[in-house]
Design a protein around this ligand. Sequence first.
Ligand code: SAM
Length: 279
Amino acid sequence: MLSYRHSYHAGNHADVIKHLTEVAILDYLLKKDKPLCYHDTHAGAGLYSLQSEHAQKTAEFKDGIAKLWHYQPQSVVLRKYLAVIKQLNPDNELNFYPGSPKIAALMLREQDHMQATELHPTDFPILKSQFVKRRYSRIENTDAYAGFKAMLPPLVKRGLVLIDPPYELRTEYQDLVTGLLDAYKRWPQATYAIWYPVIERNAIEAFIAAIVNTGIRNQLRIEFNLHADSQGHGMTGSGMLVINPPYTLAEDLKLALTEVQQQLGLASSHYQITQLVGE
Ligand SMILES: C[S@@+](CC[C@H](N)C(=O)[O-])C[C@H]1O[C@@H](n2cnc3c(N)ncnc32)[C@H](O)[C@@H]1O
């Protein structure tokens, strides 16, 4: 079943939290000259028009990136995230929003490697077409976890794995835990950033506990909620579970999320940044 299309959700509040975390991690890794590898498991289409029928239908970006678009942040990471999106909207009008692989491609240098997997028959060719000219790119129309077996470890040993499933099926939570263990065995030095939705509190806590119980060390949880938990009323927030985070990540995101919270302007919103497992 592949009914999920990210074009309906691009630039929403969950994308803001996810992509802010991605930018913060890549920014840290890019401080060294040595090449890095970015591996994106559920890459999507890579680029989204916010004028498209899909984006206009849900208008989710209006409660996400649109609220930050004219803001001048203090936070360095928030400034860098907005600068990446501005590269795609040079006339200062918010028309396009980049997906996770496009954000990475806009930040990476020539020497860095890019790997991505995406299953959707419509989104895959759109994704692939954006990277044909990029050196060191491997973009495959394959399953995320088959991709781990085929593509990890990469030639370059520093890097980031972004894991962002649609969670359409309940089995995707367990598949992720199994896949993560496989990837970690192959590439233990990498940073892993796992996106998760907050829909049912008990279910998401069980998922987080399953990742904690893998025995993998050094896990940081970042979670931003717009509203209080409400069983059965859709997504109230989202989070990123980061394994091997840069030591600067918690502080960088604290500054960024404080400003995001102010700009989104919801009295009910709250966030947490918690070290779940020590180094
Ligand atoms: C949430 S979207 C990804 C958004 C993207 N990471 C971003 O931030 O711009 C999830 C994507 O996973 C794809 N997908 C679903 N199951 C998959 C699987 N088993 N392997 C690879 N891709 C899959 C879907 O087609 C969809 O494009």
